[in-house]
Ligand binder design. Sequence first.
Ligand code: FAD
Length: 463
Amino acid sequence: MTLTLTVPPRADADRLTGLPVAVIGAGPVGLAAAAHLLEQGLPVVVYEAGDQVGTSVRAWGHTRLFSPWRYVIDDAARRLLEPTGWTEPRRSSLPTGHDLVAQYLDPLAQTPELAPVIRYGVRVDAVSRLGMDRTRSTGRADTPFLLRLHAANGVEDVTARAVVDTSGTYTSPNPLTAAGLAPAADLGDRIVHALPDVLGADRARFAGKRVLVVGAGHSAANTLIKLAALAKDEPGTALLWAIRNAGTARLGADAADGLAARGQLGSNVHGLVESGQVEQLASFEIDDVRPNGDQVAVTGRREPFTVTVDVVVNATGFRPDLDILREIRLGLDDIVEAPRALAPLIDPNLHSCGSVPPHGVAELAHPEPNFFIAGMKSYGRAPTFLLLTGYEQVRSIAAELAGDHQAARDVQLVLPETGVCTTDVGGSSSCGVPATNEAAEGSSCCVAPAPAAPPASSSCCTN
Ligand SMILES: Cc1cc2nc3c(=O)[nH]c(=O)nc-3n(C[C@H](O)[C@H](O)[C@H](O)COP(=O)(O)OP(=O)(O)OC[C@H]3O[C@@H](n4cnc5c(N)ncnc54)[C@H](O)[C@@H]3O)c2cc1C
């Protein structure tokens, strides 16, 4: 492995001049960030760990979004796409993840503006300041950021004037146990990441098997619905569903949900439990997961204390990977691991599905100047992120970095109306406790514009 050092000499009068803004991750929000930064006239480089844009979206690409097209396209991105002859998908139809990539992210990444600034196959392993760990303060704000990149051909250090971390959370699933720790034993492929392609590429892993799905959110519901379809064709397929809360599932089962596809998802999984196609294990807090021959034994705190299955789908939600930010001064909430000012706005434990105002640079700031976490990762462990929210975040950040502080603080968000605020499948009346795996995965928030932002609509959001 070689280490390349591409950093400016320390004697530069203005050490930030000419340096790009570094965006970590080329998902929907990372690309939107790049579009807004370029629109503001700022140089930008996007570092993407995968070989293509939307690597995480591709991983769950067989899954249909609950938001129609009109809620998943960023405005600055659209302004880049329109001159290329791009055809905007029908605004009312629901894309799958693969559609989102093929009809939006791929064309966006290929625009003449974005194509030259995206580097693929480059994982950001660490972020720091040039010659300064997190303990050094003098001149910190004027010192370039240092990013350590890991690529197939070696390790490279590069500098940036600002950093926007939009690396998502999809690659950091919550562990299965109630304690939040990974199972002590190595379980190999007996544990499967959320949202497997049950009816496609992963079919053989589930056909004729006894399967336990763990988690209370839409990822679990999605998987259970597909597993039930599989079970009709594959005799011997048995489905169990462990949730942490008590009660009967009612995930998004409200006809008034502004995102109708989400409401339908909840109704469908509820029906599977009622018809007996899915056996629900309520109040099943997992203490231990260990191999049992070719199977896996999962031990909970309520009867049946141990269930033995062939495969477990971990749909307990996601958490941010903060390891790469070890040398950055973060201001994160102790519970949800979102920026401190943002956490109370998205914390369903505090809000009980109340309104979350639109937010931007003011709520996303950290003690580290010119460093921001945006997109899915900005919500930390809260499962309530919506793409439109992320697009407004990066519009605000780009305006701030361009020096337009007024525009940065004039945050607006127009979201779909909804009559539903809760998707707590565990049966409790609130949105659950975000610090816990299942409650977090199964909860949902409502997002509404700030008083100044018209119109006064609101929306539920969850993943
Ligand atoms: C199944 C599912 C359905 C969803 N449906 C909706 C919906 O209908 N509506 C909605 O608004 N939201 C939805 N969401 C929520 C959310 O909008 C998506 O998760 C969205 O992909 C988040 O975008 P992002 O850009 O923040 O992160 P991601 O899409 O996760 O992108 C992060 C990118 O960063 C890259 N990366 C990660 N680590 C590094 C690193 N260290 N260095 C370099 N690159 C890195 C990854 O490869 C990835 O390409 C859904 C989520 C899921 C999982």
